[in-house]
Design a protein around this ligand. Structure first.
Ligand SMILES: [Fe+2]
Ligand SMILES: [Fe+2]
Length: 297
């Protein structure tokens, strides 16, 4: 049989092996590790109030505590719904990487491990939505359509750039969420599991992004920049307010002009922006898109 799989570079194998060991040592089964029967607390937020898009606005001042709690719940549901959408695309990209690669390599075996983890995450997020008594949000049909094509179009550096845009910003904000002791304990438990396992995913993606970038041509590089910038734009869409009983137009306008919320987004993006800048992936024509996203410092 002809060998169609090139040997993976040694650095890649070392990273994957370490990540595999870490996954074997520390992984969660949300079905078992989370107490889904514990009742929700009626007076606790679902995301820290400072992270709510309207925090600090006139509208926020005028809202009752009940409405604020409801909005925090809807924004949590919004975030994990996007999380499920993104993870479902990521799982497909990882499966395609495995399909192209050598199954005996650590690199491909770690891809399988990551898919197993993301499977559990998406199930966990879905259970959280159910438990909160909400319904998942659907992405705009345009993004659904784009999402169908991404696993076929993205590979190498562009795949990893999309992955990091999906993982890193949420990771930073989930760390803030996990630390806030005044929140719903169930949400904190979910975030703790997610943050622990995502650290490995981020490392896998970052290292392979740098590796694949080294051997990529200029077109690849420009495309990767474009993908990252589009990810930045996607992250700036505002929450959906109707379900929290607010006037969506008024709420969207106030959230957009809310300096506090802009600061939260910048803070969430700081880490990935620093990494992508160092890798030379923010710049050129796409820098304008990044500026428009408001995620640059
Ligand atoms: Fe995940
Ligand atoms: Fe992940």
């Amino acid at each position: 049989m002809a060998s169609h799989t090139a040997r993976t570079p040694p650095g890649r194998e070392i990273t994957a092996k370490r990540l595999q060991t870490s996954s074997a040592r520390q992984f969660y089964d949300p079905d078992v590790d989370i107490d889904w029967d514990a009742p929700l607390h009626p007076d606790k937020y679902f995301v820290p109030e400072q992270l709510v898009t309207l925090y600090g606005t006139e509208l926020w001042q005028a809202m009752s505590q009940r409405q604020r709690l409801e909005l925090s719940k809807q924004e949590m549901i919004n975030t994990v719904s996007v999380g499920i959408w993104f993870e479902t695309i990521l799982m497909q990209m990882l499966m395609r990487l495995a399909y192209r690669g050598d199954p005996t390599s650590e690199h491909v075996q770690y891809a399988y491990t990551e898919v197993a983890e993301e499977c559990r995450h998406s199930t966990m997020f879905a259970k959280l939505i159910e438990k909160a008594g909400g319904r998942p949000y659907r992405q705009h049909p345009r993004w659904y359509l784009i999402g169908h094509t991404l696993p076929f179009v993205l590979r190498g550096p562009s795949m990893w750039a999309a992955t990091l845009m999906g993982e890193e910003v949420f990771d930073v904000l989930q760390r803030d969420t996990m630390r806030d002791e005044s929140l719903q304990p169930l949400v904190r438990a979910v975030m703790r599991i997610h943050v622990t396992e995502e650290a490995r995913h981020v490392r896998y993606a970052r290292e392979d992004l740098l590796r694949t970038l080294e051997t990529s041509n200029r077109l690849d590089r420009e495309f990767t920049r474009y993908v990252a910038a589009q990810g930045a734009m996607l992250l700036t869409r505002s929450a959906q307010y109707r379900r929290a009983g607010l006037d969506p137009r008024q709420a969207r306008a106030q959230a957009r002009d809310n300096p506090h919320h802009r600061e939260v987004k910048r803070h969430g993006a700081e880490r990935v922006v620093a990494f992508l800048s160092d890798a030379g992936l923010i710049g050129g024509p796409t820098e304008r898109i990044w500026r428009r996203s408001g995620l640059l410092g």
